[in-house]
Design a binder for this molecule. Structure first.
Ligand SMILES: C[S@@+](CC[C@H](N)C(=O)[O-])C[C@H]1O[C@@H](n2cnc3c(N)ncnc32)[C@H](O)[C@@H]1O
Length: 287
């Protein structure tokens, strides 16, 4: 069992505030489902690590950290039914019924360590979690803890966005800046994914392995056909929750102005062909 390394999680737990800022649980579910689909389609599959062979073995163990509603895990379990799948999330939003026998979800705070023995997992997957956790934890605890629970030769894969919208208009820029300040005030580095190569290389269990890295554009608007339309739809949900839950005051926006502000941002996306970058970083634990 890993060390208990956070007694102050409540200080940082904006995620609860954020998730409550969706109009309904259905909106939050829909946003996460579409987000999962776009990440998968942009990177042409649910993983990039060299794990295809082990997906046909029943003793393979796979962990998804910050699994949310469990879309990635359930899809993997349906496509590759042999392995055992584990999903953890600090909020109990994952499914509790009609779960395949080889999938297990549990509520757990990553900042308390990982409740698994050393050398347990063949593959650890993390998607869209870097904006939830202060940089220091990634540097000092989380990657070490993951290295501990991975089997020798097991893979870690991290998929996330890089902060900052390119080709943005004035309202989008105001939003981006307010959100950046909010993240910084909570000691979150929204560019963490760009540092993951050097952080991983500093961890003895990964130091002699190659850190692989893929980067792709995430288009925000119908100028990129259906994919762009879907990405923009997700951003609409997300920006709504961020403004309502986190930055309305800093942006000097009243509650009744939120929707019209978001309409302006969506128009700017279309007019300017806005986009941001998403990344996949993956590495194998030393044998
Ligand atoms: C943006 S969602 C991503 C969900 C999912 N990985 C996906 O890509 O669809 C981030 C998830 O991480 C969870 N999370 C945030 N902080 C966490 C922590 N300290 N321990 C475990 N899960 C956490 C949140 O509750 C949320 O479900």
């Amino acid at each position: 069992m890993g060390k208990y390394f956070s007694k102050e999680f409540k200080l940082y737990n904006h995620h609860e505030i954020y998730s409550r800022s969706y109009e309904s649980k259905d909106d939050y579910n829909e946003e996460q489902h579409c987000s999962h689909i776009t990440m998968r389609d942009i990177f042409k599959g649910n993983f990039s690590s060299d794990i295809r062979d082990i997906l046909s073995y029943s003793n393979t163990k796979i962990l998804d950290i910050g699994c949310g509603f469990g879309f990635w895990l359930m899809e993997m379990a349906s496509e590759f039914p042999k392995p055992n799948y584990f999903g953890i999330d600090v909020l109990p939003v994952f499914p509790t019924s009609t779960i395949p026998h080889n999938v297990k979800f549990s509520q757990h705070d990553l900042l308390k360590g990982l409740p698994y023995e050393d050398n347990t997992f063949d593959f650890v997957h993390i998607q869209c979690l870097t904006f939830d956790i202060p940089e220091l934890y990634w540097e000092t605890n989380i990657y070490n803890e993951i290295a501990r629970i991975l089997k020798p030769g097991g893979w870690l894969e991290i998929c996330d966005m890089e902060f900052g919208i390119f080709n943005c208009g004035p309202v989008t820029r105001r939003f981006d800046l307010a959100y950046l300040n909010n993240l910084r005030s909570r000691k979150i580095n929204p560019h963490l994914i760009l540092r993951s190569h050097s952080i991983l290389k500093s961890i003895p269990s990964f130091s002699s392995s190659q850190v692989h890295h893929k980067r792709s554009k995430y288009p925000l608007g119908s100028y990129e056909n259906n994919l762009g339309k879907l990405c923009a739809k997700i951003m609409r949900y997300r920006i709504h929750a961020i403004i309502k839950g986190l930055v309305a005051k800093e942006m000097n926006i009243k509650r009744y102005e939120i929707d019209s502000t978001i309409d302006k941002i969506m128009n700017e996306f279309e007019t300017n062909k806005s986009y941001y970058y998403i990344h996949r970083v993956y590495v194998q634990k030393n044998f």
